[in-house]
Design a protein around this ligand. Structure first.
Ligand code: TZP
Ligand code: MG
Length: 218
């Protein structure tokens, strides 16, 4: 049985901010605070890439950012690291195809949000059957943020999933900015997830507000 309300998840996905310390132009805590003030609706802690923190330092940053999310009342998700999510009692996790199996993650985090990255219809159907709470689909547009990203796929898979009548919450990812966000939502996604558009902006607050505006106007 699905414990998490699908409509609530769809709302949370609208302006979904993802980052870790290597992505930020300013201090990560300040970046996140500003992003939420501007309209970010969900946060995923993704500490990856060159100079990513590990061990105790990673956990401390995660706890600090979780605290920001709690104070500003948005859910805090962890990318990949199930141990960290369990230890912090995070609101959920996001896993890729190479990460832990969804059924195992569900056992460790009952009642939490579990998002899964999918790149094909087969992967989407499998994730839905296994009880994913939302699907992350991309890269929609070219991105320089994820070195091992799959080929750019536009909005094709999002459209296919909706054409098949599947109503699972979906968020697009990869190269999304305020200028192209509406295109992602009009293809059938419930929201956009971004790293660079907010974390590298001179004003993360303004960047999140612009994304929110683009989604709402759609
Ligand atoms: N997965 C697919 S593309 C991507 C991830 C994590 C990176 C998205 O980053 P940006 O900076 O918003 O393009
Ligand atoms: Mg992963």
């Amino acid at each position: 049985m699905q414990l998490i309300n699908k409509e609530q998840v769809k709302d949370w996905l609208s302006v979904y901010f993802i980052m870790g310390s290597p992505n930020c132009r300013k201090d990560p805590k300040e970046t996140l605070e500003e992003a939420i003030e501007g309209g970010a609706t969900l946060f995923q802690f993704r500490e990856k890439g060159a100079n990513a923190l590990t061990g105790e330092k990673k956990w401390m940053l995660a706890a600090e950012l979780q605290d920001v999310c709690r104070r500003q009342a948005i859910p805090f998700l962890v990318n990949d690291d199930i141990e960290l999510a369990v230890k912090l009692e995070a609101d959920g996790v996001h896993i890729g195809q190479e990460d832990a199996a969804l059924s195992d993650v569900r056992k460790r985090l009952p009642g939490r949000i579990i998002g899964v990255s999918v790149h094909t219809m087969e992967e989407a159907i499998k994730a839905i059957d296994e009880g994913a709470d939302y699907l992350g689909i991309g890269p929609v547009f070219p991105t320089a943020t994820k070195a091992d990203a799959q080929p750019v796929q536009g909005t094709k898979l999002i459209e296919e999933i909706r054409s098949a009548g599947l109503s699972i919450p979906i968020v697009g990812i990869g190269g999304i900015q305020a200028e192209n966000a509406a295109q992602v939502v009009s293809s059938g996604a419930d929201g956009v997830s971004v790293i660079t558009a907010i974390s590298q902006a001179a004003s993360p607050r303004e960047a999140a507000a612009q994304l929110k505006k683009a989604i709402l106007e759609n």
